[in-house]
Write a protein that binds this ligand. Structure first.
Ligand code: ADP
Length: 282
């Protein structure tokens, strides 16, 4: 009993001194010099706790870094149209009276820039919005996709080639699924010429719902493909071709698709353009 008590006393002492040291380290982590706990070799349980803690710290740091980047990108994208609007307001103030012919042009510029701002702030809210599970309902994707195609057809007067299976349904949130279809169709139209055709396919394949939206437009290079779903990423071709956009649409699409345990990928469309494929588990 005596020897046993001594052994227990020694190991408890060891443990508690390691634990004390670890909690002291955790308390001083915030002083900015260190961002990792030192990992004790023994006892093995403490080593594992320290390693798990370091991993958690690393993930938190990465997520804070991403948020910072997001705020920098968002404020940059908000600042640009605001500066443009202010520029035109000042132009009207300075020269409006002597050159009234500049007013309609400036007003139309202010109007389009403020619409861009409105859209961007809506998208930013969308990106950070939580989900309202209460609005879950059974949705006819067949009908939703048909409605979106018809809407775009009547607004943009574009030709569509559709193959939409009847009665494809999914339990979900209507506005989220609408955004997926709308953004993909909008991009197909934005990044292609007016006389080209957009193909939309909706069908069930094995245990998945398969949605394909393909265009005959400018296409996406292999270097851009892995990045286009990142927030604020725009391929250089889109910037230089002066197509309006903020690089946020596809990140909303990806986020929404992932809510349903689904996936999205982009491929080349042959002979020309891009093909977006969304798979949603049924
Ligand atoms: P936005 O279109 O507002 O720039 P998105 O997030 O919707 O933002 O798209 C990100 C980028 O991916 C676009 O800027 C464009 O470079 C590229 N892209 C998206 N869809 C297409 C498409 N159908 N054809 C060619 N490029 C595309």
């Amino acid at each position: 009993v005596l020897i046993g008590s001594l052994l227990i006393y020694r190991s408890v002492k060891n443990w508690s001194s390691e634990l004390n040291q670890m909690s002291e380290e955790i308390r001083t982590l915030d002083d900015g010099n260190r961002n990792q706990l030192s990992i004790p070799e023994q006892p093995i349980e403490m080593k594992e706790v320290a390693m798990a803690f370091n991993e958690l710290l690393h993930n938190k740091e990465a997520s804070i870094e991403r948020e910072k980047q997001f705020i920098t990108d968002a404020s940059h994208d908000l600042k640009t149209p605001i500066a443009a609007i202010r520029g035109h307001v000042q132009l009207i103030q300075r020269r409006g009276e002597s050159h009234p012919e500049i007013i309609p042009k400036s007003l139309s510029f202010i109007d389009s820039e403020s619409q861009r701002l409105e859209k961007l702030s809506r998208q930013l809210l969308e990106l950070n919005k939580g989900r309202d599970e209460l609005k879950l309902e059974e949705i006819s994707l067949s009908q939703l996709v048909r409605e979106e195609v018809e809407k775009s057809h009547s607004i943009h007067l574009r030709e569509f080639d559709t193959k939409i299976e009847n009665d494809v349904t999914l339990v979900g949130i209507r506005s989220e699924l609408q955004q997926v279809v709308q953004n993909l169709i909008e991009n197909a139209i934005k990044y292609s010429k007016a006389e080209t055709k957009t193909t939309v396919i909706l069908e069930t394949r094995d245990n998945n719902i398969y949605l394909e939206i393909a265009d005959e437009g400018i296409g996406i290079s292999d270097t851009d493909k892995p990045h286009i779903f990142e927030r604020f990423y725009r391929a250089d071709t889109s910037r230089t071709s002066k197509v309006e956009g903020s690089g946020v649409g596809l990140s909303i699409v990806k986020k929404n698709v992932e809510y349903y345990g689904g996936s999205i990928k982009v491929e080349d469309n042959h002979p020309q353009g891009s093909k977006f494929i969304v798979l949603l588990p049924r």
